[in-house]
Design a protein around this ligand. Structure first.
Ligand code: PLP
Length: 384
């Protein structure tokens, strides 16, 4: 039986989410924009999901816009702000360990004449609010810093960074795709102006996300069309998936402590087992539990390639991710680990295990045992 430890890449749809979605995949199919009863029934479901998403992050319903994914929400927040505020200033601050959904969006803006500062992180992947303060310029219009990193799990001091941005009247966006459902988020309390989230990281389907946009902030829409999402994000709603997203965030928020407690215990067990069983293995990211996502574990193994390890683990039924991205056949070390000051060889010898509450102790024990064996074999093969 295979063990799935790649939940930061995507999660399975939970039975509760599927159950909530089923009527909207079968019986209830009206277009939410239609005025007849079929349409009204669908509209009611979209409204309910909007309310569930809003409640889960302390927002109001009118501040939630459904999107096709986290990437779209990131693009909309960043590019939409850049275009809307271009007269005021053309400088954006982000950091070196963001997801490509943010990094490549910023790189594109640079090609369009905007300027972007990519903040450095420390060895644990943390960004200090002071570093943000020092990067602020007269023409800065946006600070975008992720809430939780997808490769090493580092949580950023979002509240403090938002406060620094606000001191200068600058908008603050956070990519919370990995954080929503894993940590408590209250946008008002934390001073977040815009937040991106995605369904498939929290047991809802792929292809649905949302952008929280604080009331009163006007950014440029990226898609033109009908009047859906108050005209800001047109396109007929992905009804069943939106219902799934609503059910997923509600469940995640209600069971936050219990669920993350379970995930944390499992991850701690996996971490302890691997580090104890495998000599020359090192955990990457923060030591302090309060500074990391509960379910992400990034480990470097001396003398092995992360890519080979990943493939061998897969052959033995353990699904993980490598810390490196394979681009057109050439192995690029992870930009996250490199930004954390790791040397290239070690960065290429890293893999990420990521857990959900659907994992079991048996999964973790099996993964640790197989990791030990595979690393031993790979090292032995190199020595020959
Ligand atoms: N941001 C982060 C931190 C992510 O981990 C991901 C997905 O891996 C995304 C954005 C993109 O989300 P989506 O897959 O919904 O486009």
């Amino acid at each position: 039986m295979a063990v799935y430890l790649d939940n930061a890449a995507t999660t399975s749809i939970s039975s509760e989410v599927l159950e909530a979605m089923m009527p909207y995949l079968t019986r209830i199919y009206g277009n939410p924009s239609s005025v007849h009863s079929f349409g009204r029934e669908s509209r009611k479901a979209v409204d309910k999901a909007r309310s569930q998403v809003a409640k889960s992050i302390g927002a109001s319903e009118r501040e939630i816009y459904f999107t096709s994914c986290g990437t779209e929400a990131d693009n909309w927040a960043i590019r939409g702000t850049a275009y809307a505020y271009a007269e005021k200033g053309r400088h954006i601050i982000t950091d070196a360990i963001e997801h490509p959904a943010v990094l490549n969006c910023c790189r594109q803006l640079e090609k369009e004449g905007f300027q972007v500062t990519y903040l450095a992180v420390d060895r644990k992947g943390r960004i200090s609010p002071e570093v943000v303060r020092n990067a602020v310029r007269e023409d800065t219009v946006l600070v975008s810093v992720m809430a939780g990193n997808n490769e090493v799990g580092t949580l950023q001091p979002i509240r403090e960074i938002a406060a620094v941005a606000h001191e200068k009247g600058i908008l603050f966006h956070t990519d919370a795709v990995q954080a929503v459902g894993s940590i408590a988020i209250d946008v008002a309390d934390m001073g977040i102006d815009m937040l991106s989230l995605s369904g498939h990281k929290l047991h809802a389907p792929k292809g649905v996300g949302a952008l929280y946009l604080r009331k009163g902030i006007n950014i440029q829409r990226l898609i033109y069309g009908g009047s859906q999402e108050r005209g800001q994000r047109p396109g007929t709603e992905n009804l069943a998936s939106i219902v799934g997203l609503g059910a997923a965030v509600e469940k995640a928020a209600c069971s936050l402590e219990e669920r993350t407690g379970k995930i944390r215990n499992l991850r701690q067990r996996l971490e302890a087992e691997i580090l104890c069983r495998v000599p020359g293995s090192y955990r990457n990211g923060p030591d302090d539990e309060a500074e990391r996502l509960p379910g992400i574990l990034n480990i470097s193994f001396d003398g092995v390639s992360g890519e080979s390890l990943l493939l061998c683990l897969d052959m033995r039924g353990v699904a993980v991710s490598s810390g490196s991205a394979c681009t057109a056949g050439s192995l690029e070390p992870s930009h996250v680990l490199m930004a954390m000051g790791m040397e290239e060889k070690k960065a290429q010898a890293s893999i990420r295990y990521s857990l959900s509450d659907q994992n079991t102790l048996k999964d973790v024990e099996m993964a640790a045992e197989i990791t030990e064996d595979v690393v031993e074999r790979l090292r032995a093969a190199i020595d020959q």
